[in-house]
Design a protein around this ligand. Structure first.
Ligand code: NAD
Length: 290
């Protein structure tokens, strides 16, 4: 299959490489000068998508996605599928899907979980929104780039699932970190804290699989001086998307709101930029009751 891939950054480059390694003809395009083994680079998005049966985008945000969609949708061949794997706001995902439908194309919003490691290993999870036909056309490509794809519903449902999942993650990471900091001040050994919580009702992915306390639980970014991993600024991006979605859907998300404020404070005023999102623990440790 001829596949166009637009946005060859930290995530897009390894995903495109995996499609090429699986035997597909991949034509890539990025604003930056990037080269990838097995991928032909085109000078523009419109050139890349010409004659492609599938077009994948992996871009920083919804505004850029809308700009790229304006360029590539008119250049795509009828019946081709546009698969957006970026994490973007639900409104942009739905607007681009409508634009694709109007142009006689199929489309899927398919944000991913699994990070740069999952992109390289081909073990991403895709959360997809779109018609059954569009999902069926994209599914074989999800199989190459990932290990699981969930068809969540119509256009925008993939982004909705991603944003809700990451809002839970941001909130539980903060709760886990503040509880560790409290446990420290109460003189509780961190390993004992882990042994209890990870097998009690406070357990979570943040505690059990990605423990923010160094030397405790399975290896995680905390064991590597909080080098990401999943950077705090990416968590902030996703939390802001959750609040934007809550605003437009008139949903009450008080914990999501507080988590957004805390990550904003951490990233913008407390040297959190470039640190893993679990570095909230040393942040709380330093603080007294406010
Ligand atoms: P990145 O910044 O490394 O890559 C984005 C790429 O898009 C860059 O190479 C940039 O040059 C290119 N680009 C920007 N504007 C463009 C345009 N108009 N035309 C062509 N190319 C353009 O970001 P990333 O880490 O690869 O993330 C991509 C998306 O995946 C984001 O939406 C992010 O939220 C999401 N995501 C990232 C991770 C992660 O761990 N990095 C995990 C899950 C989801």
């Amino acid at each position: 299959m001829k596949i166009a891939f637009i946005g060859l950054g930290n995530m897009g480059a390894p995903m495109a490489a995996n499609l090429a390694a699986a035997g597909h003809e991949v034509v890539g395009h990025d604003m930056a000068d990037i080269s990838i083994d097995g991928v032909t680079i085109a000078a523009s998005g419109a050139q890349a998508v010409s004659g492609a049966e599938a077009v994948i985008t992996m871009l920083p945000n919804g505004k850029i996605l809308r700009t790229v969609a304006n360029e590539v949708i008119p250049a795509m061949q009828g019946g081709a599928v546009l698969i957006d794997c970026s994490t973007v706001d639900v409104d942009s995902a739905r607007a681009v899907a409508q634009q694709a439908t109007d142009a006689g194309l199929l489309s899927v919003d398919a944000p991913v979980s699994g990070g740069i490691g999952g992109a390289a290993a081909g073990t991403l999870t895709f959360m997809a929104g779109g018609s059954d036909t569009a999902f069926a056309k994209a599914a074989p490509l999800f199989e190459i780039m990932g290990q699981k794809a969930v068809h969540c519903g119509e256009a925008g449902a993939g982004q909705a699932a991603k944003i809700c999942n990451n809002m839970i993650l941001g909130v539980t990471m903060i709760a886990t970190c503040e509880a560790f900091a409290l446990a420290d001040k109460l003189g509780l050994d961190r390993q004992k804290m882990f042994d209890v919580v990870s097998t009690s009702s406070g357990y979570s992915w943040a505690m059990n699989a990605y423990c923010p306390a160094p030397g405790v639980g399975p290896e995680s970014p905390s064991d590597n001086d909080y080098t990401p991993g999943f950077a705090a600024e990416l968590m902030l991006k996703d939390l802001r998307l959750s609040q934007q979605a809550a605003e437009s859907a008139d949903a009450d998300t008080p914990m999501g709101k507080i988590a957004t404020k805390l990550y904003e404070q951490f990233v913008e005023h407390e040297n959190g930029l470039g640190r893993d999102f679990s570095a909230m623990l040393p942040r709380f440790e330093k603080r007294g009751r406010s």
